[in-house]
Write a protein that binds this ligand. Sequence first.
Ligand code: G6P
Length: 372
Amino acid sequence: ASAEKGGFASFMEKEIFDQPAAVADTLLGRSDAYGHLTLDELRISPEELASVTKIVVLACGTSAYAGSVAKYAIENWCRIPVEVELSHEFRYRDPIVDSNTLVVSISQSGETMDTLMAVRYAKEQGAKILSICNTNGSTIPRESDAVLYTHAGPEIAVASTKAFLAQITATYLLGLYLAQLRGNLFTGQIKDILADLGKIPAKIQEILDRAEEIKSLARSMQDTESVLFLGRHVGYPVAMEGALKLKEIAYIHAEGFAAGELKHGPIALIDEGKPVFVVVPSPRGRDSLHSKVVSNIQEVRARGAKTLVIAENGDEAVREFAEFLFYVPETPTLLMPLLATVPLQLFACELATVKGLDVDQPRNLAKSVTVE
Ligand code: G6P
């Protein structure tokens, strides 16, 4: 088994280090040098896709956070409303879907029962179903009108890592393809975004090369009982995913929040020494989100929090308020989750490892939940 893990302590760690390839392989062969996407594999006609008036993303767990990230990008690029809903909530509330709705299911395994049932329900209502899946020939893609496979390779560890980044990548390809079909973006704009996506694998590798920075932080926090994660915009689902990873494998109470909600409740949780991860938006962003999140760091720090900051390379404004600071390479805001998630995965993985836990097979959890 240790050979299969490629010298890593766990499959999860190996899979975290597989992420440059997972993203690169998911991008591979799906666009040309002129910025033209060729998703011919989709079995829904371009005309049908272009006429979609609403997208509903259905997924569970980590896959649902990939959907939450996708919402920001697809709405921005395509101007189509995107709803993201947990599969198990969807079909019990008489949801509004019709033949102009594109349902995008996201599932690593393609076997999650709640997502399968939600897909079946949406199909009965006349929606078109496109599934994003990592497992060839699994049930959800077989029952869908179209499939966009993520090429992350088999994921063994129960806690999802490389499938998550591959799912975000695939939803981005879908978003760009829809923008191309509908004329929402110029070819040059699509080409630029594809070029930025193409640089992501090397940037993930830069982060992995500095894994020891975040791993040593994790080792110093073995006795931690609770960790909060704050993020805003696309950093919000990244914070949620960071918290989920820590719960799943390190059995540490963790909660993710939208940073703007801090003053509406979560700040009451802050006391002396409370670790708070903050995912900081790029200071190069158009709006004032960066300064608002920097203020949030100051607010929790003033109340005694141990501030653990994930920020973009060159962001000097956060330095004085960060007890721990991890820089990720520069990238356009919408692509940031593909980088900022990685240190949080490494943190959870190392913390669970030093606690002596079974990182790949956490208690009470299954890789694929085939019951409702
Ligand atoms: C289980 C796994 C998670 C996964 C979720 C959804 O809970 O432990 O890692 O995110 O199912 O799985 P899916 O295969 O549908 O993406």
